[in-house]
Design a protein around this ligand. Structure first.
Ligand code: SAH
Length: 254
């Protein structure tokens, strides 16, 4: 896993100083891909002074309106949170990055998403994440400043990248060429698949819009856990299409 394929995304950061400090934290650990979702006005003195020499990250930061846009090109989206949510998300420890990156297919692009200073990430935003990293702080004072959380996780990314690099040197691992269908499904592929799943379930009556019973978040969690590749997404969409066809036939009585 190459550091250029790891993107840190900061959602609606409200303090420019935190954005500068996050850029510095990333640069010290060899990370350069920074995305800012609806940030505050960050081109301020405080931001630039806290960034120290990491001005290039700020100048090249991708600024977008929504988290969806920021992660559209990513194959895996990992959320971060100071606390656990009611719907239990698959949780990983920061040191699990080594295993996660080691298992990532060639061409994988991973986003690590950080929430707002006051309220963290919304449940909808967490819905875009396949896993949640929680830095194991003490339970009655668990929330780090967002730039401190960026530093801790940037360090863990660095450790993982170094460990995997020496591992592959040692074992002279030769990367296999990957067939197109084996490539991990992109976030956009998955979102299209979820829309298809939802319309199919509405069509067949399995999903009742009056009483959705968290059906979509539960399916998202299940499929996110499976790390689908492109041909598996096509396989599932073929199944949804055939269910839709059958449901139409039954409704028309033919
Ligand atoms: N009250 C908010 C705290 C937000 S702190 C909440 O309960 O979510 C701002 C951001 O810093 C968080 O959204 C998360 O991205 C990161 N962060 C803070 N503490 C963290 C921790 N212990 N583990 C992982 N991320 C953390």
């Amino acid at each position: 896993m190459d550091s250029d394929n790891i993107k840190f995304v900061l959602v609606e950061t409200s303090n420019g100083g935190n954005i500068g400090a996050a850029a510095r934290a990333m640069k010290t650990m060899g990370l350069s891909q920074l995305a800012l979702v609806s940030p505050c006005e960050f081109r301020t003195y405080e931001c630039y002074s806290r960034a120290a020499g990491a001005l290039d990250l700020l100048d090249n930061a991708l600024v977008c309106q929504t988290l969806e846009e920021a992660v559209a090109d990513c194959t895996q989206v990992i959320g971060t949170s100071a606390r656990l949510r009611s719907l239990s998300w698959p949780q990983i420890e920061p040191h699990d990055f080594t295993e996660l990156f080691g298992n990532a297919a060639e061409g994988a692009k991973i986003a690590v998403v950080f929430g707002r200073e006051r309220s963290g990430l919304s449940n909808t935003e967490l819905g875009l994440c396949s896993q949640l990293v929680v830095i194991p702080s003490v339970s009655d004072f668990s929330s780090l400043n967002v730039s401190a959380a960026v530093q801790v996780l940037a360090y863990e990314v660095r450790r993982a990248v170094l460990a995997l690099a020496s591992d592959s040197d040692d074992r002279k691992v030769v990367k296999k060429t990957v067939k197109p269908g084996d490539r991990p499904a992109s976030h956009e592929d998955l979102e299209r698949m979820y829309s298809h799943l939802e319309s199919t379930m509405l069509d067949t009556g399995y999903l009742n819009p009056e009483n959705p019973r968290m059906m979509m978040p539960r399916f998202r969690r299940l499929f996110n856990r499976a790390s689908l590749n492109q041909s598996e997404v096509q396989l599932l969409r073929g199944l949804f299409a055939s269910l839709e066809k059958m449901s139409r036939r039954i409704k028309s009585g033919s």
